[in-house]
Ligand binder design. Structure first.
Ligand code: ADP
Ligand code: MG
Ligand code: MG
Length: 487
């Protein structure tokens, strides 16, 4: 596939003007993060591309088209407790499961769960996609603490502003960025969860959404924009607490008549409708039993969780691997249109187990024989955890063989590269970059009755990085936020 000649080549003067305008816009509009050394009061513009990156229209159409089907698939997976139990692969997912069992033993009352999801893809330059389109291949499906929905809207607005205001100049005239409505749509999703709680739990007084956040979070504005949008569009107030603060700053109020326990934010007296996790996805979020205890406690209240423990577990890499089996995916969405299932499967690449099943034993062999074709992934989220290509054999030799089953072996996808400029902490870097598209989705469903009350595609995110780095985590410092210019 031919990518358009890119990017434009402004003169030094024009380029300086574009960069200065982009930085002002970013700081003025909260396309920003807290700076590492700023003691929580100094912000820096988010790492961004100067121009939107070209992205094939047919690939975008496909990625958007399958989102609600993926939302439904993962909702069904999260409802199937028995099956999930058999798919646990490591200590961390095991601990999430144990936490769920603890809550279940005391009587789980809230069966509604909210999912804010993000399905991530890379365009495969060697493959054809569904019905001959540019091929998008799924990297992973995230069910907890998905980020950059708000900053994605902001960066696409910035690129649009630079384009429409003429800041890109003569050389950048043809650029037409597409704006992602993920900020609005994700906030809508949270509001749907909040309203459903009010409709079903009949709180008497004030209500609020609780954001569970990491201590020392730098990517706060991506979260804050959702809070501000909830307030502006719906009048919904949010509070922020870390897992360690939960017990001291909230209380349980048993409602005998209703038959459940209300979660109340102590300082404000507001009843919490929805617990939205922007933490709790990594072992480092649980440095002690205090944090695990807080997680169990929150799950046991009647507030709706985004996500529930079972929904979080459903997003593990092991589950993703198992779902690439055609028989398994059909078991979960038997009545879904066959063509739609084909369309989902067209986004899959081969993912192998690394356990001691016959398929796993075979995968172990190929991992040692041809590691250059693969990425090895543990059951972890948040970037920086994978082992790539030639590093795989030594890594495997360095850990006990009976823990290999906690990994999956995935075929590497090779995306097309193109040039763009990256603006990071005021400095410009030129180079060959590659992009990863994330499509957001929101869903609200009942895990007991399986009724899906809401299911929507919720905009997108493009993250880009230099071709030379293996991983693209923006917060981790490898990548940047981008927008799409469809061609
Ligand atoms: P995490 O949950 O930590 O984000 P990912 O599965 O998204 O884990 O992997 C992290 C990064 O590794 C991705 O953003 C992508 O840059 C790279 N990556 C993962 N899987 C593949 C793959 N199959 N082919 C190419 N790159 C990949
Ligand atoms: Mg992930
Ligand atoms: Mg990822």
């Amino acid at each position: 596939m031919e990518y358009p000649a890119y990017p434009p080549r402004p003169s030094k003067e024009e380029a300086d003007f574009i960069n200065a305008t982009a930085i002002d816009w970013s700081l003025g509009n909260g396309l920003a993060m807290l700076s590492p050394e700023g003691k929580g009061v100094t912000a820096v513009h988010a790492p961004i591309t100067v121009y939107p990156s070209p992205f094939p229209k047919s690939a975008m159409t496909n990625a958007l088209a399958v989102q609600t089907a993926f939302n439904e698939l993962y909702a069904r997976v999260a409802n199937n407790e028995e099956w999930l139990r058999e798919s646990l692969a490591d200590d961390f997912t095991g601990k999430l499961w144990e936490s769920y069992l603890k809550v279940k033993a005391t009587g789980l009352t809230q069966h509604l769960t909210l999912g804010l999801f993000r399905s991530d893809y890379i365009v495969d330059k060697h493959a054809k996609g569904y019905q001959g389109s540019a091929a998008i291949k799924q990297i992973e499906f995230n069910t907890v603490s998905i980020s950059f929905g708000a900053l994605s809207s902001k960066v696409s607005q910035l690129h649009n502003y630079l384009s429409e205001s003429g800041t890109y100049g003569e050389t950048g005239k043809q650029i037409e960025p597409s704006v992602s409505d993920s900020l609005v749509k994700l906030a809508d999703g949270l509001a749907i969860g909040h309203k459903e709680y009010i409709a079903t739990a009949n709180p008497a007084g004030k209500t609020a959404v609780l954001f569970v956040v990491q201590p020392g979070e730098r990517n706060v504005f991506d979260q804050r924009h959702l809070e501000y949008r909830l307030y502006e569009a719906y009048g919904i107030i949010s509070y922020r607490l870390t897992l360690a603060e939960i017990r001291a700053q909230t209380k349980y109020v048993k409602d005998a008549a209703a038959g459940f326990t209300r979660l109340v934010h102590t300082a404000s007296g507001a009843e919490i409708s929805l617990v939205y996790y922007r933490s709790g996805y990594a072992p480092t979020d649980y440095p002690s039993e205090t944090e695990w205890d807080a997680r169990v406690y929150l799950e046991s209240t009647h507030a709706i969780k985004c996500p529930s423990l079972l929904t979080q577990i459903s997003g593990s890499k092991k589950i993703q691997q198992i779902l690439t089996d055609p028989a398994v995916i059909r078991q979960f969405i038997p009545e879904t249109e066959p063509a739609l299932v084909d369309q989902l499967e067209a986004t899959f690449v081969k993912i192998h187990p690394m356990d001691d099943s016959p398929a796993g034993l075979k995968a172990r062999e190929v991992a040692f024989a041809t590691p250059g074709r693969f990425v090895l992934k543990p059951q972890r989220e948040g970037g920086g955890n994978n082992i790539y290509k030639e590093n795989i054999p030594d890594f495997l030799r360095s850990i006990p063989e009976d823990t290999w089953g906690a990994y999956i072996l995935m075929e590497l996808i090779v995306p097309p590269d193109f040039n763009n400029k990256i603006l990071r902490a005021g400095e410009i870097y030129d180079g060959e970059i590659i992009s990863e598209l994330g499509v957001f989705g929101t869903a609200l469903w009942n895990q007991k009755t399986a009724e899906i009350k809401h299911n929507e595609q919720a905009g997108w995110l493009l993250r880009s990085k230099f071709k030379s780095s293996d991983e693209g985590g923006v917060a981790a410092g490898f990548g940047c936020i981008d927008s799409v210019y469809l061609f």
